[in-house]
Design a protein around this ligand. Structure first.
Ligand code: F6P
Length: 319
């Protein structure tokens, strides 16, 4: 193992830069060359590659986004694009690849691994939708962003006695809504994993109002449906003025939290340790506060379980 390549792909996540820094510095410490591949798999196809040194990753640990930039590459999934990528790996003498991203990115890494390229994946997504790991890099920063927005919305919700529906990202996964909802004291949390009943949501608004609550925050995961429809029903059935906030890509940016930086630093270090030990086709994760590695296949096929007990607690605490 002489030369490592690193790329970030798919939706960016706060903490990716801290992971890049860790991979680059651990590689250089171990006397390896490191090549930064720009714009995800597209950059691999097109040879957008530059050598990295200790200073390339200076001053990035605290920055959101990814200094290597990112892309969702359809071309990489075609035979032609994939073969171009393999060719670039050969031309640049890349012996091992560290690949940062979510499940789509991992599927690309699996293809490379099956083709004989030594790959290690680091899970980075604000969705926390990968079942083999307790947490993904970027998730807790996004939770902080959502609860910051919820606190602000709570102020204005209280002033006007309104209900505020806050739509958060997460694709088909309700974790971002659940964690932010619990931490932000939401009156209701609506997620794709749990059947919900609008009458119950409305009843909570009315009960809260009857005991003098002035704010009503309803956190809605994007995978459930339309925030405006939910708001309209609340307005009709409770006679409460209602507003909608769709947080959108704000959730993807910002200064990474301490947890995400630490997780990223540990996983970046571990990725190089694995490659040096000739362990390939692996995905890193965290389970019970231990960094683990599993086959990429397993990472992709482990079902994500929703934390129902946490959901139940949130319901009890927001009565
Ligand atoms: O997977 C991360 C994520 O932010 C999802 O929560 C969201 O649905 C999606 O990416 C948005 O994708 P894009 O940035 O391509 O619009």
């Amino acid at each position: 193992m002489k030369t490592i390549g690193i790329l970030t792909s798919g939706g960016d996540a706060p903490g990716m830069n801290a992971a890049i820094r860790s991979v680059v510095r651990t590689s250089i410490y171990n006397k390896l060359n490191v090549l930064g591949i720009k714009e995800g798999y597209n950059g691999l196809i097109n040879g957008k590659i530059e050598e990295m040194n200790l200073s390339s990753v200076a001053d990035i640990i605290h920055r959101g986004g990814t200094m290597l930039r990112s892309a969702r590459s359809d071309e990489f999934m075609t035979d032609e694009g994939f073969n171009k990528a393999l060719n670039i790996i050969r031309v640049f003498n890349i012996d091992g690849l560290v690949i940062l991203g979510g499940d789509g990115t991992f599927r690309g890494a699996k293809k490379l691994s099956d083709a004989g390229v030594a790959t290690v994946c680091i899970p980075c997504t604000i969705d926390n939708d990968m079942g083999y790991t307790d947490y993904t890099i970027g998730f807790f920063t996004a939770v902080e962003t959502v609860i910051d927005a919820m606190s602000k919305l709570r102020d204005t919700s209280t002033s006007h006695g309104r209900a505020n529906v806050v739509e958060v990202m997460g694709r088909a996964c309700g974790d971002l809504a659940l964690y932010a909802g619990l931490a932000g004291g939401a009156e209701s949390i609506i997620v794709p994993e749990i059947d919900f009943n609008m009458d119950e949501v409305c009843k909570r608004v009315i009960q809260g109002r009857n005991r003098g609550k002035l704010h009503h925050i309803i956190v809605l995961a994007e995978g459930v449906g339309n925030a405006y429809e939910v708001a309209e029903i609340i307005k009709e059935r409770t006679n409460t003025d209602t507003r909608v906030t769709i947080l959108g890509h704000i959730q993807r940016g910002g200064v990474p939290s301490a947890f995400d930086r630490i997780l990223a630093s540990k996983m970046g270090y571990k990725s190089i340790e694995l490659l040096l030990n000739n362990e390939k086709g692996k995905a890193l994760g965290i389970k019970c506060n231990e960094i683990i590695s599993v086959d990429i296949d397993k990472a992709l096929n482990t079902e994500k379980k929703f934390d129902i007990s946490m959901y139940e607690i949130s319901k009890i605490l927001s009565i």
